[in-house]
Design a protein around this ligand. Structure first.
Ligand code: SAM
Length: 243
């Protein structure tokens, strides 16, 4: 569902406070090396296409991932939780540049004008549950670039993850790209919160590409250092074939 006005959305206060906590906890302070993010930035720079972009499970972070991209004409954000989207919208509409964003601008050899330009490209916000079929009802357009960072790994199984890729396929224009990154939860995380996702591996991405007849351009497992909650992150790129 498209959010035309956040004033019309009934927000859940508990969810809003979780979203705010996520926003304040991630990508605000100095950039942390060794967590797989520098590799993901490189992948976005190399494989990100120009044109329209849809970010699934965007949380409040889409602006960060826009830094390495070039030629983006419009940015559509989506999340299951509108509270996340409200925080993102308010951040995008501000002029704030957190330390992490300054560091990523430097890592990607970009300047603040690029960030200001990206802020202007945010065009719409959608409430989308990306773990269920959604294209054709929650949203019907297609995009040159679709991304999901930290969203499909919430799936309970490898099969459910592969299904999510199928839900996205009609939302990608032929020749368009789908780029994902999924963090593998550590035993410590699982003992506290559950949600084991050790099914995440490069073979899973190979299978998803085969099953959905997409071209696999990249799949790489990167160890995460010094984070008790995550062991690794898998970064991958699929291309939707032109028929
Ligand atoms: C780990 S956060 C990642 C946020 C952001 N993509 C980033 O890179 O920081 C996971 C995000 O997925 C969203 N989410 C959880 N379940 C979802 C679902 N079924 N469909 C879409 N988004 C979902 C959460 O609200 C949250 O914003």
């Amino acid at each position: 569902m498209k959010i035309d006005s956040f004033d019309d959305i009934k927000l859940d206060p508990a969810q809003y406070s979780r979203a705010k906590q996520y926003f304040l906890e991630y990508y605000q302070g100095p950039f942390i090396y060794g967590q797989g993010v520098e590799e993901l930035l490189k992948i976005l720079e190399c494989y990100g296409t120009k044109g329209s972009w849809l970010d699934l499970g965007s949380g409040p972070s889409t602006l960060l991932w826009s830094i390495p991209l070039s030629g983006i004409t419009s940015i559509t954000c989506s999340d299951k939780h509108p509270e996340m989207l409200l925080i993102l919208r308010n951040f995008v509409c501000s002029r704030k540049i957190p330390k992490c964003y300054k560091d990523v601008l430097e890592i990607c050899s970009r300047n603040v004008d690029h960030l200001a330009d990206m802020r202007k490209k945010f065009s719409s916000y959608y409430e989308i549950d990306a773990l269920r079929p959604w294209h054709g009802h929650a949203l019907s357009e297609s995009f040159d670039l679709v991304t999901e960072f930290g969203c499909f790994g919430i799936s309970p199984s490898a099969e459910a993850f592969i299904d999510c890729v199928g839900y996205v396929k009609p939302a990608i224009t032929p020749g368009g790209r789908f780029i994902g990154a999924n963090w593998v939860r550590s035993n410590h995380y699982v003992s506290l919160y559950g949600g084991k996702n050790s099914y995440l591996c490069t073979e899973l991405i190979v299978s998803a590409a085969e099953i959905h007849d997409m071209e696999l351009l990249h799949a790489e497992m990167i160890p995460v250092k010094g984070d008790p909650y995550y062991d690794a992150v898998i970064v991958w790129v699929l291309n939707k074939k032109r028929i």
